[in-house]
Design a protein around this ligand. Structure first.
Ligand SMILES: NC(=O)c1ccc[n+]([C@@H]2O[C@H](COP(=O)([O-])OP(=O)(O)OC[C@H]3O[C@@H](n4cnc5c(N)ncnc54)[C@H](OP(=O)(O)O)[C@@H]3O)[C@@H](O)[C@H]2O)c1
Length: 245
């Protein structure tokens, strides 16, 4: 029997891209979903579609830069479904640019969403997972959490941080908390739309012509969750076959 069925799974950044694709796959596997993001219309349509297909899902409008909102997302999971089995720390943005452009506001936004948002997620679920003596935290890092490339210094720094946090969760989680760090390469989502520098956007959009479907990452998430409780899938890197970086 699938280890997905009946699990309570929170997904941040569920309104598009990888989060949305993971929600569809997990719902088909019988997971009970708690979906967060800022765009309510997108979350509502997603929940409606899942419920129409016989799945179980709720949403809460959640900005991951606000700790109270992330706590409320976790509280909604407990109130509605009684427990939290998996947190997918997925919300993120990638406004790439050369350091010389000093887009400090964008640097701060990446730190706030890609790092602090992940920390707030961990803080919101860890006490419950400890009480349950079980839980699984899945963090979305990136190939950019393994290699640094020009115009991506700050984004890479945030994704290296996510990888470090995943390893910390693994080491401190012991037998109770599983930790999975997922590092995608180019995946066709809305992620590149956050790039404000036209030259960088042009280069990245050319690279993303090789992008693979978001469902490839959803399948990896399923693989990590459906393993038996004593199997901890710690690291998955998934690139398009054509991706050189
Ligand atoms: N696509 C790729 O090539 C790729 C590669 C490696 C890693 N990743 C990582 O995968 C994750 C998902 O990205 P994606 O590719 O699916 O991009 P996406 O389609 O742009 O999705 C990003 C999601 O994050 C949410 N988000 C952004 N800021 C938020 C905030 N402050 N609070 C809550 N949610 C927020 C967005 O929802 P709202 O705008 O509605 O809040 C959206 O649902 C990111 O962490 C990204 O870094 C993606």
């Amino acid at each position: 029997m699938s280890e997905i069925n009946g699990k309570v799974v929170i997904i941040t950044g569920a309104s598009s891209g990888l989060g949305e694709a993971a929600a569809h796959r997990l719902a088909k596997g019988g997971a009970k979903l708690v979906l967060g993001a800022r765009r309510e219309d997108r979350l509502k349509s997603l929940v409606d579609a899942i419920v129409e297909q016989g799945g179980e899902a709720i949403y809460r409008v959640t900005d991951v830069t606000d700790r109270d909102q992330v706590e409320a997302l976790a509280a909604a999971a407990k109130e509605t479904y009684g427990r939290i089995d998996v947190l997918i720390n997925n919300a993120g943005l990638m406004p790439l640019s050369p350091l010389d452009q000093l887009k400090v506001d964008e640097w701060e936004q990446m730190v706030d969403v890609n790092i602090k948002g992940v920390l707030y997620g961990i803080a919101a679920v860890l006490p419950t997972m400890r009480e349950q003596h079980s839980g699984h935290i899945i963090n979305l890092s990136s190939v950019a959490g393994h290699v640094v490339f020009p115009s991506a210094a700050v984004y890479c720094a945030t994704k290296y941080a996510v990888k470090a946090l995943s390893e910390g969760i693994r080491q401190e989680g012991g037998e109770e908390i599983r930790s999975t760090n997922i590092s995608p390469g180019a995946v066709a989502t809305e992620l590149t739309s956050t790039i404000s520098d036209p030259d960088t956007a042009k280069g990245v959009n050319e690279l993303y012509e090789m992008a693979i479907d978001a469902d490839a990452i959803a399948r990896a998430i399923i693989y990590a969750i459906e393993q038996p409780a004593d199997v901890d899938v710690n690291e998955i890197i998934i690139r398009p076959t054509r991706q050189p970086l």
